[in-house]
Design a protein around this ligand. Sequence first.
Ligand code: S3P
Length: 172
Amino acid sequence: MKNISIDKTIVLVGMMGCGKSAIGKRLATKLSLPFKDLDHVISANENMSVSKIFARKGESYFREQELVVINEILAGDPCVLATGGGAFMNPKIREAIAEKGISLWIHAEFDVLLERVSRKKTRPLLENGDKSEILRKLMDERYPIYQQSDIKVTSTDSPHSLVIKDIVEALK
Ligand code: S3P
Protein backbone atom coordinates (compact mmCIF):
# COMPACT_ATOMS: atom_id res chain seq x y z
CA MET A 1 0.00 0.00 0.00
CA LYS A 2 1.41 3.34 -0.99
CA ASN A 3 -0.81 5.80 0.87
CA ILE A 4 0.09 4.61 4.35
CA SER A 5 3.59 4.55 5.72
CA ILE A 6 4.36 2.58 8.85
CA ASP A 7 7.55 3.39 10.72
CA LYS A 8 6.91 1.30 13.82
CA THR A 9 6.27 -2.38 14.38
CA ILE A 10 2.58 -3.19 14.63
CA VAL A 11 2.14 -5.57 17.54
CA LEU A 12 -1.00 -7.70 17.46
CA VAL A 13 -2.42 -8.41 20.89
CA GLY A 14 -5.38 -10.54 21.94
CA MET A 15 -6.64 -13.83 23.25
CA MET A 16 -5.78 -17.23 21.87
CA GLY A 17 -8.00 -17.80 18.86
CA CYS A 18 -8.68 -14.16 18.05
CA GLY A 19 -6.84 -14.51 14.73
CA LYS A 20 -3.55 -12.67 15.40
CA SER A 21 -1.46 -14.92 13.14
CA ALA A 22 -3.92 -15.24 10.26
CA ILE A 23 -4.83 -11.56 10.30
CA GLY A 24 -1.21 -10.54 10.89
CA LYS A 25 0.05 -12.38 7.81
CA ARG A 26 -2.51 -10.75 5.56
CA LEU A 27 -2.02 -7.33 7.12
CA ALA A 28 1.74 -7.58 6.59
CA THR A 29 1.24 -8.41 2.92
CA LYS A 30 -1.13 -5.50 2.54
CA LEU A 31 1.33 -3.07 4.16
CA SER A 32 4.38 -4.60 2.42
CA LEU A 33 5.99 -5.36 5.77
CA PRO A 34 7.56 -8.60 7.00
CA PHE A 35 5.41 -10.77 9.27
CA LYS A 36 6.78 -12.28 12.47
CA ASP A 37 5.16 -14.48 15.08
CA LEU A 38 6.59 -14.29 18.58
CA ASP A 39 5.62 -17.88 19.47
CA HIS A 40 7.25 -19.19 16.28
CA VAL A 41 10.49 -17.30 16.89
CA ILE A 42 10.69 -18.61 20.47
CA SER A 43 9.87 -22.10 19.26
CA ALA A 44 12.56 -21.95 16.57
CA ASN A 45 15.15 -20.62 19.04
CA GLU A 46 14.37 -23.47 21.44
CA ASN A 47 13.88 -26.04 18.73
CA MET A 48 10.64 -27.26 20.28
CA SER A 49 6.93 -26.43 20.25
CA VAL A 50 5.42 -23.98 22.73
CA SER A 51 3.69 -26.91 24.48
CA LYS A 52 7.04 -28.66 24.91
CA ILE A 53 8.69 -25.48 26.25
CA PHE A 54 5.88 -25.20 28.85
CA ALA A 55 6.23 -28.87 29.77
CA ARG A 56 10.02 -29.11 29.87
CA LYS A 57 11.17 -25.64 30.90
CA GLY A 58 8.08 -24.17 32.54
CA GLU A 59 5.79 -21.25 31.81
CA SER A 60 8.01 -18.71 33.57
CA TYR A 61 10.91 -19.61 31.24
CA PHE A 62 8.60 -19.12 28.25
CA ARG A 63 7.50 -15.72 29.64
CA GLU A 64 11.15 -14.65 30.01
CA GLN A 65 11.78 -15.62 26.40
CA GLU A 66 8.78 -13.55 25.29
CA LEU A 67 10.41 -10.44 26.75
CA VAL A 68 13.89 -11.18 25.36
CA VAL A 69 12.64 -11.94 21.86
CA ILE A 70 10.16 -9.07 21.62
CA ASN A 71 12.90 -6.62 22.62
CA GLU A 72 15.08 -8.01 19.83
CA ILE A 73 12.28 -7.70 17.28
CA LEU A 74 11.33 -4.19 18.36
CA ALA A 75 14.96 -3.12 17.99
CA GLY A 76 14.87 -4.12 14.31
CA ASP A 77 13.05 -2.79 11.25
CA PRO A 78 9.26 -2.34 11.38
CA CYS A 79 7.19 -5.46 10.83
CA VAL A 80 3.81 -6.88 11.76
CA LEU A 81 4.27 -9.00 14.89
CA ALA A 82 1.74 -11.46 16.27
CA THR A 83 2.24 -12.11 19.99
CA GLY A 84 0.94 -14.96 22.14
CA GLY A 85 -2.11 -14.08 24.25
CA GLY A 86 -0.14 -13.71 27.48
CA ALA A 87 2.69 -11.49 26.24
CA PHE A 88 0.91 -8.15 26.67
CA MET A 89 0.19 -9.03 30.32
CA ASN A 90 3.87 -8.45 31.11
CA PRO A 91 4.28 -4.76 32.08
CA LYS A 92 7.84 -4.75 30.67
CA ILE A 93 6.52 -5.92 27.32
CA ARG A 94 3.82 -3.25 27.39
CA GLU A 95 6.47 -0.61 28.11
CA ALA A 96 8.67 -1.81 25.26
CA ILE A 97 5.75 -1.75 22.82
CA ALA A 98 4.64 1.70 24.01
CA GLU A 99 8.14 2.99 23.32
CA LYS A 100 8.85 1.33 19.99
CA GLY A 101 5.67 -0.09 18.50
CA ILE A 102 1.96 0.29 17.94
CA SER A 103 -0.24 -2.11 19.90
CA LEU A 104 -3.33 -3.41 18.18
CA TRP A 105 -5.87 -5.46 20.09
CA ILE A 106 -7.95 -7.90 18.10
CA HIS A 107 -10.99 -8.17 20.29
CA ALA A 108 -13.29 -11.18 19.92
CA GLU A 109 -16.31 -12.43 21.82
CA PHE A 110 -16.15 -15.52 24.01
CA ASP A 111 -18.15 -17.80 21.68
CA VAL A 112 -15.98 -16.99 18.68
CA LEU A 113 -12.80 -17.69 20.69
CA LEU A 114 -14.11 -20.91 22.21
CA GLU A 115 -15.13 -22.28 18.84
CA ARG A 116 -11.70 -21.51 17.37
CA VAL A 117 -9.55 -22.79 20.26
CA SER A 118 -11.58 -25.98 20.50
CA ARG A 119 -10.25 -27.07 17.12
CA LYS A 120 -6.64 -27.43 18.30
CA LYS A 121 -4.62 -28.93 21.14
CA THR A 122 -1.57 -26.71 20.75
CA ARG A 123 -2.29 -24.35 23.65
CA PRO A 124 -0.88 -25.62 26.93
CA LEU A 125 -2.89 -23.23 29.11
CA LEU A 126 -6.13 -24.75 27.84
CA GLU A 127 -5.15 -28.39 28.18
CA ASN A 128 -5.42 -28.72 31.96
CA GLY A 129 -9.10 -28.34 32.64
CA ASP A 130 -12.29 -27.10 31.10
CA LYS A 131 -11.40 -24.94 28.08
CA SER A 132 -14.49 -22.82 28.43
CA GLU A 133 -13.86 -22.01 32.12
CA ILE A 134 -10.18 -21.29 31.61
CA LEU A 135 -10.90 -19.09 28.62
CA ARG A 136 -13.53 -17.10 30.54
CA LYS A 137 -11.15 -16.57 33.47
CA LEU A 138 -8.29 -15.47 31.21
CA MET A 139 -10.60 -13.06 29.36
CA ASP A 140 -11.72 -11.50 32.65
CA GLU A 141 -8.10 -10.99 33.72
CA ARG A 142 -6.80 -9.85 30.39
CA TYR A 143 -9.40 -7.67 28.73
CA PRO A 144 -8.88 -4.71 31.07
CA ILE A 145 -5.16 -4.83 30.20
CA TYR A 146 -5.65 -5.42 26.46
CA GLN A 147 -7.85 -2.33 26.63
CA GLN A 148 -4.67 -0.27 27.04
CA SER A 149 -3.71 -0.99 23.41
CA ASP A 150 -3.33 1.92 21.00
CA ILE A 151 -5.90 0.51 18.58
CA LYS A 152 -8.80 -1.91 19.07
CA VAL A 153 -10.63 -3.80 16.32
CA THR A 154 -13.19 -6.57 16.62
CA SER A 155 -12.99 -9.93 14.90
CA THR A 156 -16.21 -11.85 14.36
CA ASP A 157 -17.08 -14.83 12.23
CA SER A 158 -16.99 -12.59 9.18
CA PRO A 159 -13.99 -12.86 6.80
CA HIS A 160 -10.63 -11.57 8.01
CA SER A 161 -10.56 -9.12 5.11
CA LEU A 162 -13.13 -6.98 6.98
CA VAL A 163 -10.96 -6.79 10.10
CA ILE A 164 -7.98 -5.89 7.96
CA LYS A 165 -9.97 -3.08 6.38
CA ASP A 166 -10.79 -1.75 9.87
CA ILE A 167 -7.13 -1.99 10.89
CA VAL A 168 -5.92 -0.08 7.83
CA GLU A 169 -8.51 2.63 8.49
CA ALA A 170 -7.39 2.89 12.12
CA LEU A 171 -3.71 3.07 11.13
CA LYS A 172 -4.41 5.96 8.77
C1 S3P B 1 -0.68 -18.14 25.44
C2 S3P B 1 -1.04 -18.05 24.12
C3 S3P B 1 -0.34 -18.79 23.05
C4 S3P B 1 1.09 -19.12 23.47
C5 S3P B 1 1.10 -19.80 24.79
C6 S3P B 1 0.47 -18.97 25.90
C7 S3P B 1 -1.44 -17.35 26.44
O1 S3P B 1 -0.33 -18.03 21.85
O2 S3P B 1 1.87 -17.94 23.54
O3 S3P B 1 0.41 -21.00 24.63
O4 S3P B 1 -0.94 -17.16 27.56
O5 S3P B 1 -2.55 -16.89 26.09
P1 S3P B 1 -1.65 -17.72 20.97
O6 S3P B 1 -2.36 -16.56 21.60
O7 S3P B 1 -1.11 -17.38 19.64
O8 S3P B 1 -2.47 -18.95 20.97
